[in-house]
Write a protein that binds this ligand. Structure first.
Ligand SMILES: [Zn+2]
Length: 321
């Protein structure tokens, strides 16, 4: 039986656990609904879900070699410390050590977008490019920037939070980072919902449903924009313009040859084409391999990426010994 690796990825509302082969195939998986309020309760949830997985799903063959975890927020992957879940809640915890002790398996951790990028580097377009940007566009927006084959991490593990760049679109949405109209507040699914709530008073005849207790459907926004609904046209145009400007700004900073896109927003029909129409050819002339959706399965890229975190960790250990 070939060696396998365990991947765990924690999102805002769910946790996925899966077993991954050395070739990046997802062999088994299970989803868990999650509710947590801080890193300590998230850690408890990871531990109880892993116990459930071990007893109810079980290993494909022998016990996996190692586990990798993709997390929200700032992660010191070298030391295995989960620094922060969001700017309001800073309680560094030694998650890798706790999971190692609990499950008797080496554990390595990283930020979820950086973990996805490790999957791209190992099994995706990273094979053809050493200078690319992986841009996640979903409930939020974040990037991992790879230069000369190295992921940029920064002094506080906070590099790549490009969702908080401003791109010239004005709606007046306050962002948790302290600024207004960050690209994430304009072009992510959560951002489009917030913009719809602010702008709908100017468009009393819109057909868009803005429910009180759930998010506006982004699919509906883009569908109605094609019928000419003025609110939806504005929301969709704002999002496409904001993302195109973000991509062109990033291209100017690090000179990538490829922009790889991931995240739930890519599932919206026509969305990527709308963004690409706004890109200026002169600005984009060195992005010779294009602005392309990841060819890894977008639904599981974070989970496969967590597997890549485990494999990277083991490879690094064996290189050092
Ligand atoms: Zn912000």
């Amino acid at each position: 039986m070939a060696h396998t690796f365990l991947g765990i990825v924690l999102g805002g509302t769910r946790l996925m656990i899966g077993e991954i082969s050395l070739q990046g195939e997802l062999l088994r998986k299970k989803d868990y609904k999650t509710v947590f309020f801080n890193q300590a309760s998230a850690q408890d949830m990871i531990i109880s879900s892993l116990h459930d997985y071990e007893s109810h799903v079980g290993w494909v063959g022998v016990k996996p070699v190692a586990m990798g975890v993709g997390l929200i927020g700032r992660v010191d992957s070298e030391r295995g410390i989960w620094q922060q879940i969001d700017p309001d809640r800073t309680h560094p915890i030694n998650l890798a050590h706790t999971l190692e002790e609990t499950f008797g398996m080496p554990c390595f951790i990283d930020n979820d977008v950086k973990a996805s990028t490790r999957a791209v580097m190992r099994w995706g377009a990273g094979h053809e490019s050493n200078n690319f940007i992986y841009l996640y566009i979903g409930t939020g927006i974040a990037a991992s920037i790879v230069i000369d084959g190295q992921q940029i991490r920064g002094a506080h593990f906070n590099a790549g939070e490009v969702g908080h760049l401003k791109v010239g679109t004005s709606v007046g949405v306050r962002c948790a980072c302290g600024r207004t109209d960050c690209v994430e507040t304009i072009a992510s699914s959560v951002g489009i919902d917030r913009c719809a709530r602010i702008l709908r008073k100017d468009y009393p005849d819109t057909a868009l449903q803005v429910p009180n207790n759930e998010r506006v459907s982004v699919e509906e926004v883009f569908r109605l924009s094609k019928t000419g609904d003025p609110l939806c046209v504005r929301l969709a145009d704002n999002a496409a313009n904001a993302l195109a400007d973000l991509i062109m700004n990033l291209v100017r900073v690090t000179d990538p040859d490829t922009i790889i896109l991931g995240g739930e927003m890519l599932g919206i029909e026509g969305f990527l084409d709308q963004v690409k129409m706004k890109l200026q050819p002169i600005t984009m002339r060195f992005v010779t391999k294009g602005v392309v959706p990841t060819r890894l399965d977008a639904r599981y890229i974070g989970l496969i990426g967590a597997g890549a975190v485990a494999i990277d960790g083991i490879e690094k250990q064996s290189n050092q010994s």
